[in-house]
Ligand binder design. Structure first.
Ligand SMILES: [Zn+2]
Length: 344
């Protein structure tokens, strides 16, 4: 790992390093990739590299690098989704609003306070409202000097094509398990823990690091998977009850429920993997015994239908449909286990 602090993503880092070294900076970059693969870390390191006061940027030592790392540099702004803030209609905000982008445009028109580059990082750009996206486009059409926009998204296809075409695009990929394990070990995780977390991370170093620093994350994962198994075993009433509980959680934290749906998809994916005989390829290795039992009783087509139902549910939730109805439909579409199976 270089001073960029990014795990994996060597090509993207090398590309940006060259841009900094040659002083050839585009006005806008689009970093795309799955959640927690390192988009945010890379964006901040790029901002550090551009504003670093030393000869080998980013040094991580100078005042500028440190202030960016702590999120207190006046010229580096991160604009993100206000996930849990309620709007006037009592519904949850799902988008980055026009107000935020207009404030941003006004701020960008000023000279940098102390840095050489004014950097704005827009996290979750797929959730820009239409008005906000159009306002952003104006900034991209006539970018003020020394301004850099870094747009982060999990799904570039959801951005306006005109925004995509004005950005230099870098696609971040999932990181190899061994690379994540080595980094966890370097940060003090015992070898076995490092390997275990790297396996569970499915290529997302951000998840692995968070789980290492906060053991509660593993406990939460375990609880969520237990809920899934209960749902598979449960009758209609049990499933509707779970859907209601998830809907309540969704109102408090959307991201938590999205994470649960992703986790469940991965677990059902493991059922398919086992059905195909790929024991070594399991993401949830620690659940192998339960997965074996499920794979022996659930047909692959049912597991596949369950994965599709969870995906559909997530898309519907992102589109702000009635959360409870969407979750109920998904829970009811999960495969059913015979009562004899998993009688624990
Ligand atoms: Zn520095």
């Amino acid at each position: 790992m270089t001073n960029w602090g990014v795990i994996g993503q060597e090509r993207a880092v090398a590309f940006l390093q060259r841009a900094v070294a040659h002083g050839r900076i585009h006005h806008a970059y689009l970093l795309s990739g799955p959640p927690q693969v390192g988009k945010g870390t890379l964006a901040l390191a790029f901002a550090q590299a551009l504003n670093c006061e030393q000869v080998a940027p980013p040094c991580q030592q100078c005042r500028s690098c440190q202030r960016i790392a702590r999120g207190v540099h006046p010229d580096v702004v991160v604009l993100g989704l206000q996930t849990d803030e309620r709007s006037e209609q009592g519904r949850l905000r799902k988008s980055i609003g026009i107000g935020q982008v207009q404030e941003l445009a006004a701020a960008l028109a000023l000279q940098p306070y102390e840095g050489r580059w004014r950097c704005v990082i827009i996290d979750g750009a797929e959730r820009l409202s239409v008005e906000a996206a159009n306002a952003l486009l104006k900034t991209l059409e006539e970018p003020p000097p020394q301004v850099l926009l870094i747009v982060l998204t999990v799904d570039p296809e959801q951005l306006l094509p005109t925004i995509r075409s004005r950005c230099q695009r870098l696609d971040l990929c999932l990181v190899a398990e061994a690379v994540i394990a080595a980094e966890l070990h370097r940060q003090g995780a015992p070898e076995e823990t490092a390997r275990h977390l790297a396996r569970l991370a499915n290529g997302r170093p951000g998840w692995a690091l968070a789980a290492f620093r906060d053991p509660d994350q593993l406990a939460t994962r375990s609880e969520q998977l237990t809920l899934l198994v209960e749902a598979l075993r449960g009758d209609t009433l049990r499933r509707l009850d779970q859907a209601a509980k998830l809907a309540t959680r969704f109102a408090a934290s959307r991201e938590e429920v999205y994470a649960t749906l992703d986790l469940w998809q991965g677990w059902l994916r493991d059922v398919l993997v086992l059905a195909a005989g790929g024991v070594d390829l399991l993401w949830n290795q620690d659940w192998a015994a339960t997965l074996q039992t499920v794979a022996a009783t659930v047909a692959p087509a049912q597991a596949r239908a369950g994965i599709e139902a969870l995906r559909r549910c997530r898309r519907q939730l992102e589109a702000n449909v009635n959360a409870r109805l969407a979750l109920e439909a998904a829970l009811l579409d999960l495969p059913t286990l015979p009562t004899a199976a998993l009688a624990s």
